[in-house]
Design a protein around this ligand. Structure first.
Ligand SMILES: Nc1ncnc2c1ncn2[C@@H]1O[C@H](COP(=O)(O)OP(=O)(O)O)[C@@H](O)[C@H]1O
Ligand SMILES: [Mg+2]
Length: 310
C-alpha cells in the first residue's frame, strides 16, 4: 500500500513550469515624454516555479510583491520579458494570442472580486454559457441550461440560481459562480487570485473546502494566490513566498510553517491572526482539514438567501 496515493508523484513532469521568468512593464507612475519610451519597472525578477497536475501551490507575499503579475504571466495574459514558460511540455513563452487560443480552455482564472468579474447585466445562466460557447462545448439553449444546472450543483448552488443576476447573490455565492465559470471548460490549471479575501471567515472556509474538493475531483493544478498564509495552509501542498518580485522561499506547506528559512516568511507566519483560525483547519494529518465543516451547509442556506435576495 502506498502511503499517500492521492498526492501527485514528485517525479511527474510539471504541468506548468517557469525558469528565470521576468516581467517588466512600462512604469505607470513615470511621466510620458515625447520621443522617449516610458521607463520600465521590473515586476518579476527571475522566477523558477513548477506546478504538477493535481498539485496546489500557494503564492504568498505582501501587497505589491508581484503575485497577480505572476499569476497573469503564468496564463500568458502578459508576455514575459525574460525566461521561459512551459505548459504541459510546450514552450508557450512567445506564442501569440492565436496560437494560445487552443490552450486557453486548459488554463483558467478566478478573480478576487466576482462583483466586477461577473457582468451585472447577465443572468448566471448566461455567464456560465459564455465559456461553453466560446469553446463550442454547449449544444443549444437546452444544453446550456443543463450544463449550467450541473455546474451550479458542483459548486453547491441550487439550479434556480441560474435565473438570478450577480447582485442578487451573496459574496460567497458570487465567488461560487466564478469558480463554476472557471471549471465549466474542464481546465487542467487554474489561477485563483485572492478569491476568498473579501469574504467572512466561515464563507472563506466553505469556498476553500469547495475548491479543495474540485481540485481532487478534477485533478486540477492550482496556483492559489493569497496574501494570507492561513488560507494557503488549509488548501495547498506547497507554498512559494514572494518579496519584491522574487521568490525568497519555497517548500512543502508543513515544512515552511514549522521551520521557515527566510525571516520574511517567519514574519508572515507571525502575522497570522491566530484567534480567527479554527484550529481544526490546521489538522493536516488526513489532508482533509475542512472535514468538520458540513459541505451541504451552503446548499441548505442558499435557497433562503436567493429568496430574500430576489
Ligand atoms: N501595468 C503595470 N504597470 C506598472 N506597474 C505595475 C503594473 N501592474 C503592476 N505593477 C506593479 O508591480 C508590482 C506588483 O504588482 P502585483 O503583481 O499586482 O502585486 P500583488 O498582486 O502581489 O499585490 C507593484 O509594485 C505594482 O505597482
Ligand atoms: Mg494581487
Amino acid at each position: 500500500m502506498t502511503a499517500e496515493p492521492a498526492r501527485p508523484a514528485a517525479s511527474a513532469p510539471p504541468l506548468v513550469e517557469t525558469t528565470g521568468l521576468r516581467l517588466a512593464l512600462p512604469d505607470r507612475a513615470a511621466p510620458a515624454r515625447l520621443g522617449r519610451p516610458r521607463p520600465v519597472v521590473e515586476i518579476l525578477k527571475g522566477i523558477d516555479l513548477a506546478i504538477r497536475r493535481g498539485e496546489s501551490v500557494g503564492i504568498v507575499g505582501e501587497s505589491g510583491s508581484g503575485k497577480t503579475s505572476l499569476g497573469r504571466t503564468l496564463l500568458r495574459l502578459y508576455r514575459p520579458t525574460g525566461g521561459r514558460i512551459r505548459f504541459d511540455g510546450q514552450d508557450v513563452t512567445d506564442l501569440d494570442q492565436a496560437s494560445l487560443r487552443p490552450l486557453r480552455r486548459r488554463m483558467q482564472i478566478i478573480f478576487q472580486d466576482p462583483q466586477s468579474a461577473l457582468n451585472p447585466r447577465h443572468t448566471i445562466a448566461e455567464i456560465l454559457a459564455q465559456p461553453l460557447r466560446a469553446f463550442g462545448l454547449a449544444a443549444g439553449r437546452r444544453g446550456e441550461e443543463e450544463a449550467a444546472a450541473e455546474l451550479l450543483r458542483r459548486v453547491g448552488l441550487p439550479a434556480e440560481a441560474m435565473w438570478r443576476y450577480p447582485h442578487q447573490l451573496s459574496g460567497g455565492q458570487r465567488q461560487r459562480v466564478g469558480i463554476a465559470r472557471a471549471v465549466a471548460v474542464e481546465p487542467h490549471f487554474i489561477v485563483a487570485d485572492e478569491i476568498v479575501s473579501g469574504l467572512d471567515v466561515s464563507s472563506q472556509a466553505r469556498i476553500l473546502d469547495l475548491l479543495g474538493r474540485l481540485k481532487a475531483d478534477l485533478g486540477l493544478a492550482l496556483a492559489f494566490i493569497s496574501h494570507d498564509l492561513s488560507v494557503i495552509r488549509v488548501l495547498c501542498d506547497r507554498v512559494v513566498v514572494m518579496l519584491h518580485g522574487a521568490v525568497v522561499e519555497e517548500g512543502r506547506c508543513d515544512r515552511v510553517f514549522e521551520a521557515p528559512q527566510h525571516p520574511y516568511t517567519a514574519a508572515l507566519i507571525d502575522a497570522i491572526p491566530l484567534p480567527e483560525i479554527d484550529p481544526s483547519w490546521l489538522e493536516r494529518d488526513n489532508r482533509s482539514p475542512m472535514r468538520d465543516l458540513r459541505p451541504n451547509a451552503i446548499i441548505e442556506a442558499s435557497p433562503h438567501r436567493l429568496q430574500s435576495g430576489g
